[in-house]
Design a protein around this ligand. Structure first.
Ligand SMILES: C[S@@+](CC[C@H](N)C(=O)[O-])C[C@H]1O[C@@H](n2cnc3c(N)ncnc32)[C@H](O)[C@@H]1O
Length: 645
C-alpha cells in the first residue's frame, strides 16, 4: 500500500454563461465552489462566455486539466463540445435541469430537453447540488448512461442564528414572505389561491404577504398574479417589492414568521435553507429538492392543492407548540447543514479522482488467498463476539477440537495464544485448499505437542461422513465458512457428527456498507451486484448465499441442534483517529480486489447488474479513499453456538 496522498494542485476553469455575479441566484453556488477549490490550493480561472461559445479558448490552448461547466451554459457550448475533442476533463455543475423551468406540457420542452441531454452526454462527470438533481439527471439520461457524480449541497451562506422570530403579538398578522423571482415555476398564483382559501375558511387568522423578487422575468405571469389578488380582494394584504439589497433583506427576514415558496420544482431550494438558518420554517413542495432542503423543519405540501396549502398554514398558525418545534428543528438542521463536512468538503478529492480516472493505473492486488486469510485474522479477532466465545469454552480447555474450513490455521493459533486450547489439545483442521492446509501445517504444527495438530486436505462433507460413528470431538469450530455452505445440508451433516458444541462464527448476513458514501445509488448497486454473485454461486455448483445468518438460525433447530448463544460479530473497519490498525489497510485492499475480481467476471459472463464504467469509477474512487486513509467498511455477521438437544 502506498502512502496516504492528498493529491497535487489542479489547474481548473469555471465556465459560466455571463459574468460571475453573486446576486444572480445559482452563481452564488459557483462563487463558493470556486473559492473552496482555490482555498485548497487549486488554480481556478473563470471563463465567462458573455453569450458566445467563441469565448472558450481555442482547442489545444486551454492549459487546464479540467473545466467545470455551469450547466446553464449548455446552449452556448454544446455544439463546440460535440464538434471538437478537448484536452481537459469536463465536469457539469448542475443546479437543476433548465427545461424544467417551463411549466409542465410547455411546447418547447422536448427540444430543450434534447439539447440539455446532448450537453450532459459530452461531460466526463457531474457535480450536483442535491440528490434530487442527481435523480433528475439520471431520469433524463436513462439507465445505461453513467458518469461519476458527487453531490455537494450549497453552503448555508448565513450564520445560523440562535433566536428565531418572535410570534406576532395578539391580534397582529402573521408575516409571510415569498422570496423568489416571480415565475410560474415558483407558483405564486397557487400560493395566492391558497391564501384566499385560508381567508375564507379561517377568517379569524390574520396574515400579510410580502412578495420580494424580480418581477420582470415574466411580466405576463406577474400581471396575472396581481390581477388575481385584486379580483379576490387580497390586494391590500400583499406587498410587492423588487429584489432588495442584503441590508434591506435582513430587515425583511427579521419580521418574517413563515417563508412561503411553493415551487413546482427546485433543484435544492437555497431560500428554504436561508430561512432555516434564521429559525424560520418554510411552506414548500413535498417532492424534489425543496423537500430535500426543508426536511422535517417546515410544512411540506402538495403544491398543486391550494386547499392543502391553506390547511397546513392554518394548522401552523393555530398551534404555538408546532411553531416552537419547527423553529427548534430549523436551527438544529441549519447547524448541521452548515457544520463540518458540509458544503464543498470532499470536492477537491472528487475532482482529482475524475482527472486521474483511467490515467493512473489503480493498484491491483492479486487475490492471494492465504495472504487474505492472514491479514483478516486481526480484524476477525477484534470482531468475534466474546459472549458466544465464552459460552463455547465454558472455562474448560477442550481435549479434542475439529475445525472445518480452517484455512491457514489462524483460529488455532489465536485460541492457543489466548489459552482457550492447549498444545496438548488434539486439533484437526480440514480444508479443501491444498495451499491453505500446507500453510496451516507449517505454522501450527510446531506450536502443538507431538503430532497433536493435523491439517487434512479434503472436502468437509466427505470428512464428516467418514468421521460419523468415531468418538466425536467436544468442540467443532467453523469460522467464516458457513455462508459458503447450504444450511439445510450442512446442519444435518454437523448434527450427525454428534459433537457437544458447535461454535459457528462470522456468518455473513446480508449487509455490506462502505464509508464514506461515494454516490448512494451507485454504492447500493455495487453492493447488490456483489451480493448477487454470492447468491449465484449455486449456478456454478457452489453453495451458500448472502443471507446466511438467518438461514442458519432456522436450519440448525430443523436439523435437531439447539441454538445456545447468538450475537453479531460485524467487521467494523474504519480509520480511528485518522489511522488504520495493523493490517486493516491491506484488509480493505483485498476486499476491493474481491469486488473487482468477482464483479468483472460477472460482467464478462453477461450477468452483471452494473455497467463496467460505473464499476471502474467505483473501484477507482474507493481505492483513492483507501490511499487517503478515508475508506471504511461495515460487514454484518453473526456468531452462533449450537449444541445437541
Ligand atoms: C473464508 S475461508 C475461511 C478460512 C478460515 N476459517 C479463516 O477464517 O481464516 C473459507 C475456507 O473454507 C474452505 N472450504 C470451503 N468449502 C469447503 C468444503 N466444502 N470443504 C472443505 N473446506 C472448504 C476454503 O478452502 C477456505 O479456506
Amino acid at each position: 500500500m502506498g502512502p496516504v496522498t492528498t493529491g497535487t494542485p489542479l489547474k481548473l476553469a469555471l465556465v459560466i454563461p455571463g459574468p460571475l455575479d453573486r446576486r444572480s441566484g445559482g452563481y452564488s453556488y459557483d462563487v463558493d465552489l470556486a473559492q473552496a477549490l482555490q482555498s485548497s490550493g487549486h488554480t481556478v480561472s473563470v471563463w465567462s462566455l458573455e453569450g458566445r461559445a467563441s469565448d472558450l479558448p481555442p482547442p489545444g490552448q486551454e492549459a487546464v486539466e479540467m473545466a467545470i461547466f455551469d450547466a446553464l451554459a449548455h446552449p452556448l457550448v454544446v455544439e463546440r463540445l460535440e464538434r471538437s475533442a478537448t484536452s481537459f476533463r469536463k465536469v457539469a455543475l448542475v443546479h437543476h435541469l433548465a427545461w424544467k423551468d417551463d411549466p409542465p406540457g410547455h411546447p418547447d420542452a422536448p427540444q430543450k430537453k434534447a439539447l440539455e441531454s446532448r450537453f450532459l452526454a459530452t461531460m466526463d462527470a457531474f457535480v450536483f447540488n442535491s440528490e434530487e438533481t442527481g435523480r433528475s439527471v439520471a431520469a433524463l439520461m436513462g439507465p445505461d448512461f453513467f458518469r461519476p457524480a458527487a453531490c455537494f449541497r450549497p453552503p448555508l451562506g448565513v450564520k445560523p442564528s440562535s433566536a428565531g422570530p418572535l410570534p406576532p403579538a395578539y391580534g397582529e398578522p402573521f408575516q409571510l414572505l415569498f422570496l423568489a423571482n416571480v415565475t410560474p415555476r415558483k407558483n405564486l398564483l397557487g400560493l395566492l389561491q391558497a391564501l384566499l382559501e385560508l381567508t375564507s375558511q379561517y377568517p379569524s387568522l390574520p396574515w400579510r404577504l410580502r412578495v420580494v423578487g424580480n418581477q420582470q422575468v415574466d411580466v405576463e405571469y406577474v400581471a396575472s398574479c396581481r390581477e388575481f389578488a385584486q379580483r379576490s380582494g387580497l390586494a391590500g394584504l400583499v406587498r410587492w417589492d423588487p429584489w432588495k439589497d442584503p441590508a434591506q433583506l435582513a430587515k425583511v427576514w427579521a419580521s418574517t414568521h413563515l417563508l412561503v415558496v411553493p415551487s413546482f420544482h427546485e433543484g435544492w431550494g437555497m431560500v428554504y435553507a436561508e430561512a432555516m438558518a434564521r429559525g424560520i420554517p418554510s411552506l414548500a413542495s413535498n417532492t424534489g429538492g425543496g423537500a430535500e432542503a426543508v426536511g422535517t423543519t417546515g410544512l411540506l405540501v402538495d403544491v398543486t392543492s391550494p386547499p392543502e396549502m391553506a390547511r397546513e398554514m392554518a394548522r401552523w398558525m393555530t398551534d404555538p407548540a408546532l411553531q416552537r418545534e419547527l423553529e427548534l428543528r430549523c436551527r438544529q438542521r441549519a447547524a448541521w447543514l452548515g457544520g463540518p463536512g458540509s458544503g464543498f468538503a470532499g470536492l477537491p478529492e472528487f475532482l482529482q479522482d475524475v482527472v486521474s480516472l483511467g490515467v493512473s493505473a489503480d493498484a491491483t492486488y492479486s487475490v492471494d488467498w492465504n495472504a487474505w486469510l492472514e491479514c483478516k485474522a486481526g480484524v476477525d479477532e477484534r470482531s468475534l463476539h466474546p459472549r458466544v466465545q465464552t459460552a463455547a469454552f465454558q472455562g474448560l480447555i477442550p481435549r479434542q477440537v475439529l475445525e472445518l474450513g480452517g484455512g491457514t490455521g489462524t483460529m488455532a493459533r489465536r485460541l492457543l495464544k489466548q489459552g482457550l486450547i492447549a498444545p496438548q489439545t488434539l486439533y484437526t483442521l480440514v480444508d479443501s485448499s491444498p495451499l491453505a492446509v500446507a500453510e496451516a501445517q507449517r505454522q501450527c504444527g510446531p506450536l502443538f505437542a507431538g503430532d497433536n495438530f493435523v491439517a487434512q486436505q479434503g472436502d468437509l462433507y466427505r470428512y464428516l461422513d467418514q468421521a460419523r460413528g468415531n468418538h466425536p470431538p467436544e468442540l467443532v469450530v467453523a469460522h467464516a465458512l458457513l455462508d459458503l455452505l447450504d444450511p439445510g445440508r450442512a446442519s444435518v451433516a454437523l448434527e450427525k457428527l454428534g459433537a457437544r458444541h458447535y461454535w459457528l462464527t462470522h456468518l455473513f448476513d446480508g449487509l455490506t456498507e462502505f464509508l464514506p458514501v461515494l454516490d448512494a445509488a451507485l454504492d447500493d448497486r455495487v453492493v447488490a451486484a456483489y451480493h448477487a454473485t454470492m447468491d449465484d454461486r449455486h449456478r456454478l455448483g457452489g453453495e451458500g448465499s448472502s443471507r446466511s445468518g438467518k438461514a442458519w438460525l432456522e436450519a440448525l433447530p430443523a436439523a435437531g441442534l439447539t441454538v445456545l448463544e447468538a450475537a453479531s460479530s460485524d467487521w467494523v473497519v474504519v480509520p480511528r483517529a485518522g489511522r488504520y490498525l495493523e493490517h486493516e489497510q491491506e484488509f480493505l485492499a483485498h476486499l476491493l480486489q474481491f469486488f473487482r475480481a468477482s464483479l468483472t467476471q460477472e460482467a464478462l459472463s453477461g450477468l452483471s447488474l452494473l455497467n463496467q464504467e460505473a464499476l471502474s469509477w467505483w473501484l477507482h474512487a474507493r481505492t483513492s479513499q483507501l490511499r487517503r486513509g478515508q475508506l471504511g467498511v461495515v460487514v454484518h455477521q453473526l456468531d452462533l453456538l449450537a449444541g445437541r438437544r
